[in-house]
Design a protein around this ligand. Structure first.
Ligand SMILES: [Zn+2]
Length: 79
């Protein structure tokens, strides 16, 4: 999947951003974990090691979507 106009269209209503950090001692910071997973991931398209973390959130539904984007070939993978 490439980041192009169709991709942006699909994400309309979302904005760039990670979900707010949870409060409370036992909560897991999912965004930090996802960012770490991205950094250690390999691009399935070109094999580049180290994906960029691109989180999007939609405020009204508290929807969260995260993408790993390859800085080398631009391929994006939702996870
Ligand atoms: Zn790639």
């Amino acid at each position: 999947m490439k980041i192009d106009m169709a991709f942006v269209e699909e994400l309309s209503g979302y904005r760039v951003g990670a979900p707010p950090r949870p409060t409370g001692g036992l909560s897991v910071d999912g965004a930090a974990i996802d960012a770490g997973v991205c950094a250690e991931s390999k691009c399935e398209n070109c094999g580049h090691q180290g994906m960029e973390y691109h989180p999007f959130i939609r405020d009204n539904s508290h929807s969260y979507r995260a993408f790993a984007v390859c800085p080398e070939c631009g391929e994006a993978f939702e996870f």
